[in-house]
Ligand binder design. Structure first.
Ligand code: AP5
Ligand code: ZN
Length: 214
C-alpha cells in the first residue's frame, strides 16, 4: 500500500503516519525528519536545508526529489510506504508519478488531514519534539511522562525552531500557495480521501483505517 499524507503544517500528518506505518508494517518516510536528522548530523544537505526550514520556506525540489526517489527504491519499500511531507509541490508530485510510472506502479491513496488554520497555531505552540529520536509530544494533549524529557530515549524535548508563531504563519502561507494545489491534483487522479483532522487523534486514525481497510 502506497500512501501520501497531505495537510497543513501541524495537521497531524506525522502523528497519523507513524500509526499507519505500525499497523500496516510499511516504512514511514518523513522528509522533514530526514532533513532534521541531516541538520543534527551536520551534513552538507542539512546545512543547505536548514537555511530554508528556519525561515518556514520549502527546501528546493532538486534537493528533495532525488532523496525520496532513492528512499522508495530501497528493499523495505517493496510492500509500500507512507510519505509524510512529500510531495509538497506539483513538480514533486510529478516527479513521484514519473518515477513510479517507470516501474509500472502508482500511489494508492492521498489522505488529506483537514484542519483549519485557526487550530494550527495553537497546536504548534504546544508541540515539543525530540531532536534525537523524532518523537513528538504536545504539552496538553500528549505530555511526556517527565516534563521536558523524551519518554522513548530520555533526551531533551524542545520547541522546533520553525514552530515559533511568526514562522508558523509563513509555513501556512507557503502551504496554501504551493501544497494545497495537490488536493486537486490527487482528486483528479481519483485517489484523494479527506479526514477531519480536528477530531481526537484516535478518531482520526479510525477514520483512516476505514479508508485503508482493517
Ligand atoms: P515537516 O517536518 O514535514 O513539517 P510540516 O509539514 O510543517 O508538518 P509538521 O511536522 O509541522 O506537522 P504534522 O502535520 O506532521 O503534525 P504532527 O503530527 O507533528 O517539514 C518541516 C520543513 O522541512 C518544511 O517547512 C520545509 O522547509 C522542509 N520540507 C519538508 N518536506 C519538504 C518537501 N517535500 N519539500 C520541500 N521542503 C520540505 O502534529 C502537530 C502537533 O499537534 C503535535 O504536537 C501533535 O501531538 C498534535 N496533534 C496531532 N494530531 C492531533 C489531534 N488530532 N488533536 C490534537 N492534537 C494533535
Ligand atoms: Zn527521543
Amino acid at each position: 500500500m502506497k500512501i501520501i499524507m497531505l495537510g497543513a503544517p501541524g495537521a497531524g500528518k506525522g502523528t497519523q503516519a507513524k500509526q499507519i506505518a505500525d499497523k500496516y508494517s510499511i516504512p514511514h518516510i518523513s522528509t522533514g525528519d530526514i532533513f532534521r536528522a541531516n541538520i543534527k548530523n551536520g551534513t552538507e544537505l542539512g546545512k543547505k536545508a536548514k537555511q530554508y526550514m528556519d525561515q518556514g520556506a520549502l527546501v528546493p525540489d532538486e534537493l528533495t526529489c532525488d532523496l525520496v526517489m532513492d528512499r522508495i527504491q530501497q528493499d523495505d519499500c517493496k510492500n509500500g510506504f507512507v510519505l509524510d511531507g512529500f510531495p509538497r509541490t506539483i513538480p514533486q508530485a510529478e516527479a513521484l508519478d514519473a518515477a513510479l510510472g517507470k516501474i509500472n506502479e502508482k500511489m494508492d491513496y492521498a489522505i488529506d488531514v483537514d484542519v483549519p488554520d485557526e487550530n494550527i497555531v495553537n497546536r504548534m505552540s504546544g508541540r515539543r519534539a525530540c531532536l534525537n529520536c523524532g518523537a513528538t509530544y504536545h504539552l496538553i494533549s500528549i505530555p511526556p511522562k517527565v516534563e521536558g524529557i523524551c519518554d522513548r530515549c530520555g533526551s531533551e524535548i524542545v520547541l522546533r525552531e520553525d514552530d515559533k508563531p511568526e514562522t508558523v504563519q509563513k509555513r501556512l502561507k507557503v502551504y496554501h500557495e504551493q501544497t494545497q494545489p495537490l488536493i486537486d491534483y490527487y482528486k483528479n487522479q481519483g485517489i484523494l480521501k479527506s479526514v477531519d483532522g480536528t477530531q481526537p487523534m484516535d478518531e482520526v486514525f479510525k477514520a483512516i483505517v476505514t479508508i485503508l481497510g482493517a
